[in-house]
Design a protein around this ligand. Structure first.
Ligand SMILES: O=C(O)CCC(=O)C(=O)O
Ligand SMILES: [Fe+2]
Length: 287
């Protein structure tokens, strides 16, 4: 039973018995995750990975980090074009430097701990339960589905809202200093942007909105970033900060656009071009 192998080798199944969804330990873990997600859009499952594996987790990340696409990009918090027609005082006009770099899925060995977790069906089932989703699918995108997010000293992953509904991540290597995950729970809602509050955070006067997570390698983080502005604060010291991003959707077949893929990874694959062609044609018939 391959799935059981992943569970017992990688996950601390004494704390998170994923193969036994009816157990009181697992029911309590799911209940807590759901309650915290409903409250703040964020929950951390501490010590998800077996403690004796945290050094392997770190070392594997360190080995793949040189394959990240390093290119500083000018962005805003909303992931919209910088020349968008916005009022003078709109926080979307504040330009930030995105200095993090992603190692794409095709550079992450299939036997790496994070890759084995990402594709494990019981892990996916557990994550879906925590988010209260009926189903969960890996991205069909060969690059964006699983990434290692690398923030080098002097860099940050600046304030932003996510375009996806939910994110699953795991710190694999902390920074020596800085590199803290900071977030503003529900600073906007589906009904209201709360631009004044967002501007306050972006300009450094919104401390009252900001919460900080103390993450340790091997903690599993579940996050809903569409309404909660968040960032990884500037990294300092000698070490890069590494985190695995496990990207899932509630519908199958998710492939990134050609433009965004080139920005994030510096290249595109035939799958991205094919998906773009399908989107234009609206069907999969031969020309
Ligand atoms: O690396 C992290 O902890 C945060 C990543 C993030 O916010 C993102 O990829 O959208
Ligand atoms: Fe994000």
């Amino acid at each position: 039973m391959a799935a059981l192998g992943v569970l017992d080798e990688i996950i601390d199944t004494a704390r998170y018995p994923l193969a036994d969804p009816g157990s009181s330990a697992l029911r309590e873990a799911v209940r807590r995750a759901r309650a915290e997600l409903a409250d703040t859009g964020c929950t951390v499952l501490r010590g998800f990975i077996r403690p004796e594996l945290t050094d392997t987790l770190r070392a594997q990340g360190e080995r793949m980090a040189p394959h990240a696409h390093y290119e500083v990009e000018q962005v805003n918090a909303y992931n919209i074009p910088l020349d968008a027609d916005l009022p003078e005082d709109h926080p979307g006009r504040i330009v930030l430097e995105r200095g993090n770099a992603f190692v794409p899925r095709d550079r992450i060995p299939a036997d790496a701990l994070i890759h084995r977790l990402y594709t494990d069906e019981l892990f996916q089932r557990f994550v879906a339960d925590c988010f209260g989703l009926a189903e969960l699918h890996e991205f069909a995108d060969p690059l964006a589905g699983l990434c290692l997010n690398v923030v080098a000293p002097g860099m940050s992953h600046p304030w932003h809202f996510d375009t996806n509904e939910f994110t699953v991540s795991m710190l694999t290597q902390p920074a020596e200093d800085g590199g803290v995950f900071e977030y503003c729970p529900n600073i906007r809602t589906p009904e209201a942007e709360h631009l004044d509050d967002v501007r306050a955070v972006l300009t450094g006067t919104g401390e009252r909105f900001v919460q900080r997570l103390e993450l340790r390698p091997g903690d599993l983080q579940l996050f809903q970033g569409r309404f909660s502005l968040h960032r990884v604060s500037p990294v300092s010291g000698a070490r890069q900060r590494h985190s695995a991003i496990f990207a899932y959707t509630d519908r199958p077949g998710m492939v990134g656009t050609v433009e965004r893929t080139r920005q994030l990874f510096g290249r595109v694959l035939p799958d991205h071009l094919a998906a773009a062609a399908d989107a234009v044609r609206g069907d999969r018939l031969l020309d």
